[in-house]
Design a protein around this ligand. Sequence first.
Ligand code: HEC
Ligand code: HEC
Length: 460
Amino acid sequence: MRSFKLAIVGLTVIAFAAALGFRTTVESQDRPEARVDRVRRERFRHNGVVQDEEPPRSKAAPKNSRPMAPTAVEAPTGFDSLTNGHIEQGPDFGTINEDNVVPLRSYNDDRFVYEEVEGMDEGLGPTYNAQSCRECHQNIVTGGASQVTVQRTGRTDDGTFYESLGGSLIQSRATYRDLVELVADEDTTRTFRISPSTLGDGFVEAISNSTLLNISAAQPSNMRGNAVLVPVLEGNGDARIGRFGWKSQHGSLLSFAHDAYLNEMGITTPTLPEENTSSGTYVGYGSEYDPVEDPENDGVDAQAFTDFMRATKAPERGPITREALYGEQLFNQLNCNVCHVASITTAPAGTVINGGAFTVSPALGGKIIHPFSDFLLHDIGTGDGVPILPTPEYAITAMQMKTAPLWGLRTRSRLMHDGLTFTLNDAIMRHAGQALGSAQSYAALSNRQKVRLVAFLKSL
Ligand code: HEC
Ligand code: HEC
């Protein structure tokens, strides 16, 4: 049965390639996932255009005057499930149910959609990792991080990465018992990636491209971060500096929402209408496994997830003790703050970002945030070997990771991208490569100084 299916997919690949005038190489016949790979790569292509996302100029102002830059204020913080003002709070959350929820109406409605458990009728699977966004993003409140990890695998030959059949993301659950993706012996490039927080991500999205490029330019060359260009799926093919995901593989929350709905839950949308395979075998609509025609959702859910995330408050700081203040000085002396940037100001309200697809709202614009990240990629010796995509453009990202934002750090017991580090001391000692100097200086601190530095980290 299985080999029959594979043969059919193989034929489709050849027909598809022939139709496009591609050379049907032995490799493409051998690799039934080739078409899926190609579709994924084509969807994830940008035109190289990166807007600087400078704020709008006042009409009255002379042509060469500096853009308006209203005074920035602190972004609201809190683990309280209250809106940051981007959209209204809406009806009491406890009164919302499946029958009366109105997606896109309010924070509480959109939170309900983000928490909603999907089943096969809504398009869940056939391969998936969890039934709702909340399953992996909830701590302290909905939208937060969690201990849930996903698996990424592939193989690396002569320095070139090849994804596992069906993509580097393993879907560890399925709606049929024979469809769960298992890891092949030869796929020895293997990693876990833990679920990061999405709280405050609306502010992160509102950071202009030029701000991130300036941060990179100001870093010493041996520590400089890679500002990676990724497509805004809803933005006309334009590129943006990535900032979401462990590889900064997305620059817009709507793009991430579509991606996550498909890849974590198996639900297709007009933006990403092709169902995932099970290790390269087609199991979507028309096969015996998937009763729902694509796109399985009209795109409203992805917008609701996005509106919810955009309206979340940033993680709030814990008590700032004297010890923590001493520790912060050490943090800066050890150059931790070169990558873990303490303060960033979002673009002013009215700035058009995401390749023209989104205008920064008054609630998100001109806000000072304290993410303790530059959102850039670095090689600190922890790279997991899996690039954003297995294309030459992204090859360098295989051994780089995004600077983990340290806001909300005191709420996480599993550290680093793989969640395999248990203590802050161990997390720091895992830093090498571009962060080797910092790690060595840390190791040379007195015990008392180390305690202070950790006290600072525990206040985040
Ligand atoms: C099975 C667990 C799981 C589910 C379900 C899940 N996510 Fe995630 N999410 C992750 C992991 C793991 C990452 C990091 C992935 C990576 O970088 O490779 C992530 C990253 C993200 C990020 C980037 C956050 C940042 O600041 O870097 C966003 C945004 C996000 N998810 C949104 C969603 C939305 C919306 C949904 C529901 C459609 C969802 N996720 C469902 C596990 C999950
Ligand atoms: C060159 C850039 C760079 C420097 C310098 C740097 N870091 Fe990091 N840091 C990173 C990156 C990248 C990660 C994520 C690595 C991973 O997950 O594989 C990280 C992760 C962390 C984490 C884990 C956070 C989490 O949520 O899991 C902590 C804690 C941390 N860094 C603290 C520090 C401290 C303290 C210093 C100074 C002694 C420091 N870092 C210096 C880039 C840097």
